[in-house]
Design a protein around this ligand. Structure first.
Ligand SMILES: Cc1cc2nc3c(=O)[nH]c(=O)nc-3n(C[C@H](O)[C@H](O)[C@H](O)COP(=O)(O)O)c2cc1C
Length: 129
């Protein structure tokens, strides 16, 4: 079990933030975050999520028209914005991700449906890095 202090950081005292410190987020920190989140469990180890890390002003400008008005300022000012989408052909990797059964065959030719939107925008909590 995690300590109370760690549980507070992760859950009970964790809060969403709307503004950011003027502090660089390094690529090494992005690697560390990705190398943790990639272990999150998924159904049958399908790992369908794809993460696009956006940093440059140019890339953020391209993203802007897709954002809800209330999310524009905080996205433009965040050190990074991450688009989380899913690969509709994720099953192509199942021979590696789930080699113990023939899971790929169950998905071929079927329309992949999701209850979540194709992309969710996550704003980085730079203060926690
Ligand atoms: C349906 C739903 C949609 C939300 N959409 C946004 C959003 O687009 N942008 C945003 O900054 N917060 C959004 N929020 C709020 C945050 O995700 C979060 O729930 C809220 O800030 C809770 O604060 P906490 O993390 O400090 O407990 C949404 C919350 C809900 C329940």
């Amino acid at each position: 079990m995690l300590s109370d202090a760690n549980l507070e950081i992760l859950f009970t005292k964790a809060r969403s933030h709307k503004s950011w410190l003027n502090k660089e987020v390094t690529e090494d920190q992005i690697d560390q975050i990705y190398n943790l989140l990639k272990f999150a469990p998924t159904s049958g180890n399908c790992c369908p999520a794809r993460f696009t890390f956006i940093k440059s002003d140019e890339a953020k400008e391209r993203l802007m028209p897709t954002l809800d008005k209330g999310n524009i300022d905080k996205s433009m000012n965040a050190p990074y914005v991450v688009i989380i989408s899913y690969d509709t052909e994720f099953y192509e990797s199942l021979s590696i991700l789930s080699p113990h059964n023939d899971a790929k065959a169950g998905f071929i030719g079927k329309k992949i449906k999701s209850k979540i939107p194709p992309s969710l925008i996550l704003l980085f909590r730079a203060h926690t890095l």
